[in-house]
Design a protein around this ligand. Sequence first.
Ligand code: FES
Ligand code: MG
Length: 579
Amino acid sequence: MPDTPTRKLRSAEWFGPADKNGFMYRSWMKNQGIPDHEFDGRPIIGICNTWSELTPCNAHFRKIAEHVKRGISEANGFPVEFPVFSNGESNLRPTAMLTRNLASMDVEEAIRGNPIDAVVLLTGCDKTTPALLMGAASCDIPAIVVTGGPMLNGKLEGRDIGSGTAVWQLHESMKAGEIDLHQFLSAEAGMSRSAGTCNTMGTASTMACMAEALGASLPHNAAIPAVDARRYVLAQMSGMRAVEMAREGLTLSKILTRDAFENAIRVNAAIGGSTNAVIHLKAIAGRIGVALALEDWTRFGRGTPTLVDLMPSGRFLMEEFYYAGGLPAVLRRLGEHGLLPHPGALTVNGRSLWDNVREAPSFNDEVIRPLDRPLVADGGMCILRGNLAPRGAVLKPSAASPELLRHRGRAVVFENLEHYKARIVDESLEIDASSVMVMKNCGPKGYPGMAEVGNMGLPPKLLRQGVKDMVRISDARMSGTAYGTVVLHVAPEAADGGPLAAVQDGDWIELDCEAGRLHLDIDDAELAARLEAIAGRAAPATGGGYQRLYVDHVLQADEGCDFDFLVGCRGAAVPRHSH
Ligand code: FES
Ligand code: MG
């Protein structure tokens, strides 16, 4: 018998025994045409597939899965592909974030309840990466991430346009009267012209980079374009590696250490990554038992130069990023300047992060900038606190206007998204470029699901005057493809009794990113009285079903928006028999 594993594998509890139970587990599997000799104790490798035609970013995943299977079979493993809830960012309403935790539960239970020794996580669109890592982390089995890869560069009239970012830019141009509706709509097909995820450094690309920086994928996983043949090679190699990981018992808790998260936070600053990573990394860490605080983003992120010149912060797209050397080139650059906190962190290929990248070449200093010529000198996520956000808020300086990072202005308040939409087009609205736009009730409970609506578009009348940016504050999230001086993730949220609920039109608000301060300029007694007056009024309205479970159990943004009962690692002990 070839390759008899030295470790006792989980799958042996199903397919090993020559008894009634073994008969039943094997017999039904054999209806798929699996011959007797494949039940010889070889590792069973799950391929957790988020394929769905409703998740266009992951719609090519059947083909990726075929290449993963090839690798698994080549290494004498037994591939079993299974579907999980697919969180597509573009179609799912009210927001794909609402079902991130649902998908993570799906993944966790599918892994633990089935004869799986290691799992390949096929991730792509924004929420699929954290959902699958969260579920697998709660099982702590060997797992490797294979990302679907970014789309080719978008094209419009001969120039490159970026996923999402082009939508925000063109929409603002239309509202400013610079282009017409026909020109706006003509960008649709050219923006999304190949399989893959958003080609900007949005949340999908960010989370793919986070998985690679955490050591949870093979080098280069983050950036190889979806349609590049090398994406399929990486899928095959990952399948092969998963079989070895099952044999070695290289479980996620050996990869997803505190050190790994500190590396990832540093890397997020260097790539100009999405604010969503703050929430997702916290949730993943919580599942594996690593304590992360918002202040860790200050400790390991602040002062880190942004080297990757990608939209929305910079100029280029993921295609150029890959051709310039991809994440390994960034990691090498950081490491050579002593900016990788833990170069020795273990990765899924059994080598350290530094061993993987120490000789990684760079091919384009415009795309991956040298340290003495960064895109942004300090690209670390800015963590804010104050009487307006006692449990924190987040701002991405690389996507903001430097002159607004310290600002005092009068609030223009929107009670919710619909109120914003109705009010912002009112030409008589009292608002100018120095105003601070404040939106409430878009947090985890309030929306529900904490939608990506924090980058409120500016009032058309100000756009026509040439205003490009204003300070915006909310308990919402923002698409990783978006930009602006936008304060997000205010915690606690308005719908959970947070002080954001007390802000009124005309209040003075102070933002000071350097000092990490977000202050509502009213005295404590007045704030308390206002909150008292509205107490109970903000209770989020939900029907039943999953939304009810969500609102009752979701944690606030500073805690990663996981469900209270899902935090933690529950392991992969084999459950009792089903019959
Ligand atoms: Fe799926 Fe951007 S919408 S990756
Ligand atoms: Mg997104």
